[in-house]
Ligand binder design. Structure first.
Ligand code: G6P
Length: 610
């Protein structure tokens, strides 16, 4: 949520900033801006709209410096207008600041600063930060100290970068709650909200932790706490390739990511299956096997699509490992005084590893004495670093705002955790082997579904004018109904609801008429017969049925208007398989409606504010 990029080095800074902002646009894309240091004053260019617009309107005389900051915004306080775009500057135009996060006590600070003469020009919470830094120059003439003093006044979350004519050869960065990564080059340093903005320039990065302030110069960087205690930082290496964050010929990242799933599911399995033992090996859980053995209850916490994966996890783990599981929205868990008892284990699922509510839920659970494990995609992210153990899903960078490949990789990892837990609790080698053999075939089966893209595209075209959609599923496929509906509303702005098929009778059935498309996941599993009855109830009310059904099911054709075929799997893997056609359906409907698939309105990929 909001992307920050900063550069100090030997090269022209602005092309690096603009390229970095484009890579971070998935974090927010309603306005953008840059700041450089001119002759004794800060120069800024800001616009509402996308980074490409900003790039076109950059004045040429801004283009010479080797130090700059940039920002792409997802509005929290204040409309997405030019005056609210970052960077923000102080009264004298000597200091510029970009911010990701929310300053909760900004109103009180603003009032105080206005009383002593500061003039505000935006409606944002962020602007108080830059005026606070300016104010602190009354007490110090050192920019880093001024930033430290300012940060001590604020409540809330921030990742910030600051430049000033008072110290024209450095960038000051600080973090509390919002991610920042420093890139280390040769005679140059970078800062960004996400390593994707740096990977073209350097692979060596340092992750800033909460409460840390760093000073970047061309040749060096130093990190201290907000109280000015020096901190030793470890340099990490970014492992992914630049191609992974490009579209590779696909029109959208989302389509590329849908098509990557046979490979990403294989990557989530690689080196983790022990066939002969009917078991799995998960390196990140090796040291906590005893805790897992003793676990009396799992609490899974997450947001959005990751929450849907967690719901499938609940069904899998309870069925096979017989461990009671509760699934909680992180935003609810963190504030509702949850009960954590001895031997409870909390699992946080997050693609980005930076979602503010999930991170706060992790911290809350730790505070209450729980062991907390992560199921995370982004290596080195905050949740990955702050949990006591966990499993990376290895899906590679996911750029499309609507999550696709991360979801199926989360399900794959949850399947492995299910087998691990079940084997710890008495499942036989043979049963473990059977499950793992079926799991191993999933990537091939996903490929088969992707081959039906043309047919799904055809269905999408027919329904692209629908105003509402209903998604129904039971058992393992109830979470898939939720996820299918979420995908459609996120990217096509069609109202869609996911429901447990039987619950339809308690409300949504009132909506069904000949104009209502109803997607029913009707694979041949334990609840097949019940789902068929639900289909007939829809048919009786002339709803248009799009069924996801197994290849050998001829019965379904009598009731459904369209049938998308998927191969048979064990019930617990049905969500991986069934979600693929729903991703494609949502994608093509959005394309037919002319929507911006990768950057849907009002959304952001990584929600780092609560
Ligand atoms: C945002 C994204 C969703 C994602 C959710 C949770 O809403 O648009 O795609 O599922 O955040 O994100 P996380 O990174 O924690 O999985």
């Amino acid at each position: 949520m909001c992307g920050i990029v900063g550069y100090i080095g030997q090269q022209k800074a602005l092309p690096i900033i603009i390229e970095g902002l484009k890579r971070l646009e998935y974090r927010g894309y309603d306005s953008a801006g840059v700041a450089t240091i001119g002759k004794n004053e800060i120069l800024i260019t800001r616009m509402s709209g996308k980074v490409a617009e900003l790039e076109k309107s950059l004045p040429t005389d801004l283009d010479n410096g080797s130090l700059a900051l940039g920002h792409t915004r997802w509005a929290t306080h204040g409309e997405p207008t030019e005056r609210n775009a970052h960077p923000h500057i102080d009264c004298e135009h000597k200091i510029a600041l970009v911010h990701n996060g929310i300053i909760e006590n900004y109103q009180a600070i603003r009032t105080k600063l206005e009383q002593v003469g500061h003039k505000f020009t935006s409606d944002t919470d962020t602007e108080v930060l830059v005026h606070l830094v300016e104010e602190m120059f009354k007490y110090t003439d050192d920019l880093t100290d001024a930033v430290r003093l300012a940060l001590k006044e604020v409540d809330g979350a921030y990742g910030i970068a600051v430049i000033s004519v008072h110290a024209p050869d450095c960038i000051i960065v600080a973090r509390k709650g919002s991610p920042l990564v420093i890139g280390i080059g040769d005679g140059e340093h970078f800062v960004a909200s996400d390593a994707a903005a740096l990977v073209r320039h350097t692979r060596n990065v340092v992750y800033l932790e909460d409460g840390e302030v760093a000073v970047l110069t061309r040749d060096d960087f130093t990190t201290t706490t907000i109280d000015n205690v020096e901190v030793e930082k470890t340099v990490h290496e970014i492992t992914y390739e630049i191609e992974q964050i490009e579209k590779a010929g696909y029109p959208h990242f989302m389509l590329k990511e849908i098509h990557e799933q046979p490979a990403t599911i294989s990557d989530a399995l690689r080196g983790r299956i022990l066939f002969e033992e009917g078991d799995v090996k998960l390196g990140g859980l090796n040291d906590v096997i005893d805790d897992l053995r003793k676990a009396k209850r799992f609490i899974i916490t997450a947001c959005g699509t990751s929450w849907h994966a967690g719901l499938v996890g609940e069904y899998m783990i309870e069925q096979y490992a017989r461990v009671p599981v509760e699934i909680e929205y992180a935003s609810e868990f963190r504030y509702r005084n949850p009960i954590i008892t001895e031997n409870d284990i909390v699992w946080a699922i997050s693609q980005s590893g930076e979602t503010a509510d999930t991170l706060a839920a992790v911290r809350e659970a730790k505070l209450r004495g729980a062991k907390v494990f992560g199921i995370v995609n982004v290596v080195g992210s905050s949740i990955a670093r702050e949990t006591d153990g966990g499993v990376y899903i290895h899906a590679g960078p996911e750029i499309g705002v609507a999550s696709t490949k991360a979801f199926t990789s989360q399900l794959t990892v949850l399947s492995l955790i299910t087998v691990l837990m079940a084997r710890l609790r008495g499942m036989s080698v043979t049963d473990g082997y059977k499950i793992l053999s079926d799991l191993k075939n999933i990537p091939e089966k996903v490929k088969g579904i992707l081959d039906q893209t043309d047919y799904i595209q055809d269905i999408a075209e027919r329904f692209s004018f629908a105003r509402n959609f209903l998604y129904l599923g039971r058992g393992y496929n109830f979470p898939v109904a939720l996820e299918g509906a979420l995908k459609l509303k996120e990217i096509s702005y069609i109202h869609a609801e996911g429901y447990p098929a039987a619950e339809m009778k308690h409300g949504p059935i009132a909506l069904i008429d000949e104009n209502m498309p109803v997607v029913v996941i009707a694979t041949h599993d334990a609840s097949y017969d019940k789902v068929m009855s639900n289909i007939q109830e829809v048919k009786a009310r002339r709803g248009k049925i799009i069924a996801i059904a197994n290849e050998n099911d001829s019965e379904i054709e009598r009731y459904a208007n369209f049938v998308i075929r998927v191969p048979k799997t064990l019930d617990l893997f049905s969500p991986i398989i069934s979600s693929i056609p729903l991703q494609l359906l949502a994608y093509y409907i959005a394309v037919y409606r002319g929507c911006n698939v990768d950057q849907p309105r009002n959304l952001a990929k990584s929600v780092t504010v609560e």
